[in-house]
Design a protein around this ligand. Structure first.
Ligand SMILES: Cc1ncc(COP(=O)(O)O)c(C=O)c1O
Length: 407
């Protein structure tokens, strides 16, 4: 008889975004003909730049003839792409990132969810609260936590609150932890860690043999050159940190699917295991490499022309961020983020709860946002607005909020 994995019973009813879609659908069914404007999910909308289309085309064309056809590639990724990522993305790294420390994947979501399986079940994880839900849920599924408490926190997880008071970057945890997840620029708060803030965590991790899992999926949205785009800009990080990144947001690959994870060869667990070897072993067993077409697209995205063209699209999204932020501030709403990050973290007016404000915004302005409480208990009282969208649609949504929202 097959029984289900008991750890799955600890999960809440549904993943945040399907729940949001369900409630939006219910509203639509009740109000047919009302056009809903979406500022909720961080899904890209703009077409891929010509150089990337060309790169993807190279991948397609190669499949069309016996001479150039490729089937399975290396599980770790296309060598040219790995070299290019090392060269283009880690120019500012204190210690050089080598191509064989880079593992190409089908996106950051899978890697952020899978990476936890390299660590013992007893490992105590610490997460920023609020955070991208995958960090918590993947550890719940792995049986690393107990049940969810009434306050929305799981037994066995150390929550690092990110609040208005600490500028949405956490203090070092007080209790013993083994793995720390940090996301910068942060989804959902839009906060970006400074070098000093990251250094505190790196020093603490080295001293206490902790591994940091650093999610830099929004790194290209950092315009301020004094802010770090990679944790490897911090001395010592190669001894304590894994970094996960994605082509989704910076190059519009949300549907194409491509990302990578850096696992330094110098990174060891407390019991002496080499994490680069473990991840390599895991990937070779459970992953058969990213799409060869997508990888050709990735190579094109990191070429000079590709970088220039993707920058234009990033600029467009960041203009959206500014339109959202300025629009909301003009009606007296308090907003964070939206600078060096494509998310605006909006404080719900009149101390409303996140889901109450979600319903109010949908009913009064027909705009969808993402309730902050879906990202963790400290997200209560906030909603996340996303700058990913066509500028025209973003403007319409903000005009509707300004005109129709009663606060
Ligand atoms: C912080 C963060 N990490 C990772 C991902 C997933 O990226 P990918 O599309 O590469 O799976 C997202 C997607 O929204 C994200 O917000």
């Amino acid at each position: 008889m097959a029984n289900s994995n008991p750890a799955y019973k600890n999960l809440p009813g549904g993943y945040l975004f399907p729940e949001l879609a369900k409630r939006t659908r219910a509203f639509s069914e009740k109000h047919p003909g009302v056009k809903i404007m979406r500022l909720g999910i961080g899904n890209t909308t703009e077409p891929l730049p010509s150089s990337i289309i060309k790169g993807l085309g190279v991948g397609v064309k190669k499949l069309a003839s016996v001479e150039t056809y490729t089937g399975y590639g290396d599980e770790q990724g296309n060598t040219e792409l790995r070299k290019k990522i090392a060269e283009v993305k880690y120019k500012k790294a204190v210690e050089k990132i080598e191509a064989d420390e880079i593992f190409v994947s089908d996106g950051a979501k899978s890697d952020t969810a899978n990476i936890q399986e390299l660590f013992s079940k007893e490992s105590i994880i610490a997460i920023q609260d609020p955070a991208y839900p995958v960090y918590v849920d993947s550890n719940v599924m792995a049986g690393r936590t107990g049940k969810i408490r009434e306050n929305g926190q799981y037994e066995g997880i150390v929550y690092m609150p990110c609040t208005e008071k600490n500028g949405f970057f956490p203090e070092i945890p007080q209790e013993k932890v083994d793995i720390i997840y940090i996301c910068s620029p942060n989804n959902p708060t839009g906060a970006v860690a400074t070098k000093e803030q990251l250094k505190k965590f790196v020093d603490y991790a080295i001293k206490n043999k902790i591994v940091i899992i650093f999610d830099s999926a929004y790194e290209r949205f950092i315009y301020d050159s004094s802010l770090p785009r990679s944790i490897y800009e911090i001395p010592g990080a190669k001894r304590c940190a894994i970094e996960i990144n994605s082509f989704s947001k910076e190059a519009g690959f949300t549907g194409v699917r491509l990302g990578w994870t850096v696992v330094p060869k110098t990174l060891m667990t407390e019991d002496g295991a080499n994490l680069n070897s473990l991840w390599n072993r895991r990937q070779c067993t459970k992953f058969n490499g990213a799409s060869n077409i997508a990888q050709e697209g990735g190579i094109a995205a990191l070429d000079k022309k590709g970088l220039k063209e993707t920058q234009k699209v990033i600029d467009l999204y960041m203009k959206n961020a500014s339109v959202i932020k300025k629009g909301l501030e003009s009606i007296g709403i308090k907003c964070y983020g939206g600078v060096n990050a494509p998310y605006i973290w909006m404080k719900c007016p009149n101390q409303m709860s996140s889901w109450d404000f979600f319903s109010k915004l949908l009913e009064e302005a027909n705009v969808v946002c993402t309730p902050g409480s879906g990202f963790g208990p400290s997200g209560e009282g906030f909603v996340r607005l996303s700058a990913f969208g066509h500028p025209k649609d973003i403007k319409k949504a903000i005009e509707s909020i300004k005109k129709n929202l009663k606060i």
